[in-house]
Design a protein around this ligand. Sequence first.
Ligand SMILES: CC(C)(COP(=O)(O)OP(=O)(O)OC[C@H]1O[C@@H](n2cnc3c(N)ncnc32)[C@H](O)[C@@H]1OP(=O)(O)O)[C@@H](O)C(=O)NCCC(=O)NCCS
Length: 187
Amino acid sequence: MTKAPQRKITLKTPEFDDYAHFYAQRFEPGVVYWADDAPHTIPLEEYAGGRLLAQGMGEIIERIIVLDGEPIGTITARDFVKKTCQCTLGIVIASPQHWSHGYGSEALRLFLDFLAREGFALIVLETYANNTRAQRCFTKLGFRKYRVFYAAGSGRFVVQMIRKLPPPPPIGTLISPNDPHWKPPKR
Ligand SMILES: CC(C)(COP(=O)(O)OP(=O)(O)OC[C@H]1O[C@@H](n2cnc3c(N)ncnc32)[C@H](O)[C@@H]1OP(=O)(O)O)[C@@H](O)C(=O)NCCC(=O)NCCS
């Protein structure tokens, strides 16, 4: 069963100051976010500005993960194709001290509700095979392993996981064929 976090997780629309808040932790030398990735170095303006621009241009949908009022990370949908209602998910909690407290699962639950309301039907994500913490978090939220492939670019094995979202609520009232109001569409 999913561990409910003791403290409150919410999601908010990003502003520059949110990224600035956890920037130092997010890019702290020595913190490894994706398995054995090397730490990145990217100036704050480029990091925050780039993400805000990508949202302004509709390339990503991102929310700030907020813990008791404090921004602690990001959760992101990218590569989305409106036609197929499919997107790729990303999530980063900036400080390792906030990992494994259930915050990622709670942020994911809130973001999946939001994506379902936006009409997304299928969520895909990719994570390095040795990122077992992330996979455990995603599994708790109903993601299933779909396939594993070798990414020649990074020289790593990548696990692809998927989860279907419930369909959006119908317009009107659902009725069954036994209902006197049932009228099948004419062919
Ligand atoms: C991935 C991430 C968002 C998950 O958020 P989180 O708050 O740490 O996740 P949760 O606490 O909700 O769930 C983690 C689960 O993994 C378990 N876990 C912790 N370390 C683990 C490990 N090395 N192997 C397997 N499971 C592990 C935790 O016990 C917990 O399971 P439980 O609730 O059954 O006890 C967060 O850890 C993070 O930002 N990591 C760095 C960035 C990253 O890897 N992003 C994902 C890229 S695809």
